[in-house]
Design a protein around this ligand. Structure first.
Ligand code: SF4
Length: 442
């Protein structure tokens, strides 16, 4: 515990779901050290920016947010930068941004207070080494929660620098994951979203007998305590087979939502990316799942303009998109990242051309998504209410992961619905990527 008086902290989180979990655990570290969380940055004594460094755009957003928060916070507040930018660019941040009081890398993210307050304010030092992965977290406020099962990545995708600064994979024990899942469910969470850099690799850095399916089966037991669903995000496509696929298809709490990290569809380009697969293999996988679960919802993400991408590669990707009919998709122009294999590749694609291809693919996909959503008008679905405001409940069915996919807006003029209610609805219309619905009485 730090004797820092009644000091408060505010955390701004950028980037992916993994960062969101880290922020919650960093918050718990600050709380354990005697600070109090606040949502009001103007009152905070410590302002933490948990940054993302995945690609250029993410780094720019991280810097801009840091500068904005620096201008908004009170003068005496300490400004702390943590997360991927802090880990990857510690020296550059320290030398170029005088506004920052501390740059805190991953190893100290659970101990932010120790990085900004003098030892004299210590009442007692934190006991043992705090590992962010296994830190407890504050009680959840929403009916869903991300649960991080591992940190780091053992792959070497040619476009990705994450393994260079997140390190090799470290999986949590099944017990530690189950304890956290139980705490979440006992505090009202009805949907658990399992996350990691490469979720299907879970357990391979441990002794035999620790698999993602084991974790899912453990978590499935929490249905007696109120858990409705568990969801996996960012699955490496060649891993979706055998026991994992069987588990995803059969567990009571598992849902037919498949977030496949495909990245491209042309086999030659995929090999250059150091990734598996081809248009044909991906279509087979998706088709086989649809045979068993016609209602299955698919999401994926693709890199456009990877070095050496020709018109032929682009056409293959475009044709795959048209055939696969995925519900949700993200297209990202290739980002030329230092510390990656592709940094040295020749045949870089002109950024304007990459942008043009990205827009073209997005146009095709937007049309597919729109058709699929329009086709659902009149259908009945079970949804969970995430929040409610102005007579409308914001809800999701199994088809939508939180914070990323389109949602269902349910009319609720009589304020019958509350957060975490699970209800039957009927889709009435489509509005962009969202859908409007009414409560179904039948
Ligand atoms: S699986 Fe590939 S893209 Fe994902 S974090 Fe690992 S190296 Fe990066």
């Amino acid at each position: 515990m730090y004797r820092v008086g009644a000091k408060t902290f505010y955390i701004e989180t950028l980037g992916c779901a993994k960062n969101a979990v880290d922020s919650q655990k960093a918050a718990q570290g600050l709380i354990q050290d005697g600070l109090i969380a606040t949502d009001d940055i103007s009152k905070a004594d410590v302002v933490v920016v948990n940054t993302c460094a995945f690609i250029d755009a993410a780094r720019e957003e991280s810097i801009n947010t840091t500068l904005e928060l620096s201008a908004t916070k009170k003068d005496s507040a300490k400004l702390v930068v943590t997360g991927c930018m802090a880990q990857r660019y510690e020296d550059e941040l320290k030398s170029s941004l005088s506004e920052i009081d501390a740059v805190v890398g991953f190893s100290q993210e659970a101990n932010i207070a120790s990085q900004i307050f003098e030892p004299i304010t210590l009442k007692s030092k934190p006991k043992g080494v705090r590992d962010l992965l296994d830190m407890p977290r504050p009680k959840p406020e929403s009916p869903w929660a991300y649960l991080k099962v591992a940190e780091g990545c053992n792959r070497n995708c040619a476009f990705c620098a994450i393994p260079t600064f997140r390190g090799k994979q470290r999986s949590r024990t099944k017990q530690s994951i189950f304890t956290e899942a139980k705490m979440l469910v006992e505090n009202g969470v009805k949907e658990i979203v399992l996350v990691a850099q490469d979720i299907a690799w879970y357990g391979r850095d441990m002794e035999e007998g620790n698999t993602l399916s084991d974790i899912m089966r453990d978590i499935d037991r929490l249905k007696v305590d109120g858990l409705e669903t568990q969801r996996l995000v960012y699955i490496y496509p060649s891993e979706l087979k055998g026991d994992l696929l069987e588990t995803m298809m059969t567990l009571d709490t598992s849902i037919p939502y498949f977030d496949l990290s495909l990245q491209h569809a042309h086999p030659d380009l995929l090999r250059k990316m150091k990734r598996p697969g081809s248009s044909e293999k991906f279509l087979d996988l998706i088709g086989n799942i649809r045979k068993e679960k016609p209602e299955a919802a698919f999401r994926s993400n693709f890199i456009v303009g990877f070095p050496g991408e020709t018109e032929e590669h682009m056409q293959e990707l475009s044709s795959f998109i048209e055939q696969a009919k995925l519900l949700w998709t993200g297209f990202f122009p290739y980002s030329h990242e230092k510390d990656t294999l592709a940094y040295a590749y020749t045949n870089q694609v002109d950024s304007e051309l990459a942008g043009q291809r990205t827009r073209e693919l997005s146009r095709i996909q937007d049309n597919i998504t729109q058709q699929l959503l329009l086709g659902s008008i009149g259908s009945k679905q079970k949804v969970m209410v995430d929040s409610r405001e102005n007579g409308v409940a914001r809800a999701r069915s199994f088809e939508s992961a939180p914070e990323i996919d389109g949602i269902v807006l349910v009319e609720d003029p009589d304020s019958k619905l509350g957060k975490s209610d699970v209800i039957d609805i009927e889709i009435t219309e489509v509005s962009g990527v969202d859908r409007n619905a009414k409560i179904s009485l039948s």
